[in-house]
Design a protein around this ligand. Structure first.
Ligand SMILES: Nc1ncnc2c1ncn2[C@@H]1O[C@H](COP(=O)(O)OP(=O)(O)OP(=O)(O)O)[C@@H](O)[C@H]1O
Length: 228
């Protein structure tokens, strides 16, 4: 059963010191399992805000957001359970080692293979040798790779990634981008990725530009090697 997310006519604005900032108005977006999507756009355009609404982490105040499970509309709490998140600020638990951070989503789901699977994912992101290190003992890029392993370890149906390669060097960025897009292909997951890197964006099946409150579909132009 393939699931998808439907955002219809959503708007987002904020009142700050009596002035109103409108990020987007009457915006539509559909996200299907097995498809990859990237959103680029200038700083402050509302890319992260759109990701929060699409993933159900924040509720829409105008328009509608639905999680369609097969032919039925499911609760947004199901969408959150089915989704892996990669944030700009990592959000790792500081008191847990790398392996225990990665194993956490599996342990919460009662998986008795949690540590074995977490170790396999740490190896996949090149951090098997740092399994017993806490986040404060890892670099920013290493913490990001732990966060990526944690987001993917339970094979989510939807992956939401906000600037996932922003803290990584060129080689690690390429590796991580490949892992994310492979996960989409191999597990039939949807990948929704916010990035400032046009080359990374062009690897997706659907590329959007968010600017001036509009979500514009961009022509696709897949490239193999990232230079950002
Ligand atoms: N809860 C909030 N209250 C007030 N303003 C907010 C809130 N959330 C976001 N904003 C504002 O909305 C604007 C868009 O923020 P957002 O982080 O979505 O942009 P972005 O396109 O992801 O930016 P960047 O590329 O710099 O990360 C910013 O000006 C931000 O300050």
């Amino acid at each position: 059963m393939s699931n998808h997310i439907e955002l219809k006519g959503i708007s987002q604005s904020f009142e700050i010191n009596d002035s109103k900032i409108t990020l987007f108005e009457h915006l539509d977006l559909s996200i299907y399992q097995g498809q990859s999507y990237t959103i680029t756009g200038p700083s402050g355009a509302g890319k992260s805000s759109l990701l929060m609404l699409a993933s159900g982490l924040e509720q829409v105040t105008s328009g509608s957001s639905s999680y369609i499970q097969g032919s039925q509309i499911g609760p947004l709490s199901d969408l959150r359970t089915d989704s892996g998140f990669i944030f700009q600020q990592f959000h790792l638990l500081p008191e847990l080692t790398a392996i225990n951070n990665v194993a956490l989503p599996l342990k919460l789901r009662g998986d008795n293979q949690a540590l074995v699977k977490a170790e396999a994912w740490l190896n996949k992101v090149g951090l098997g040798h740092r399994r017993d290190h806490k986040p404060s003992e890892l670099s920013g890029g290493e913490q990001q790779r732990v966060a990526i392993a944690r987001a993917l370890v339970f094979e989510p149906k939807f992956i939401f990634a906000d600037e996932p390669t922003g803290n990584l060097d060129q080689a690690s960025a390429n590796e991580v981008a490949n892992i994310l897009f492979d996960c989409c292909l191999e597990n039939g997951a949807a990948l929704v990725l916010v990035t400032h890197c046009n080359e990374l964006a062009s690897k997706a099946q659907h590329t959007f530009l968010l600017a001036n409150g509009q979500l514009i579909t961009k022509a696709n132009n897949t490239q193999e090697v990232l230079s950002c």
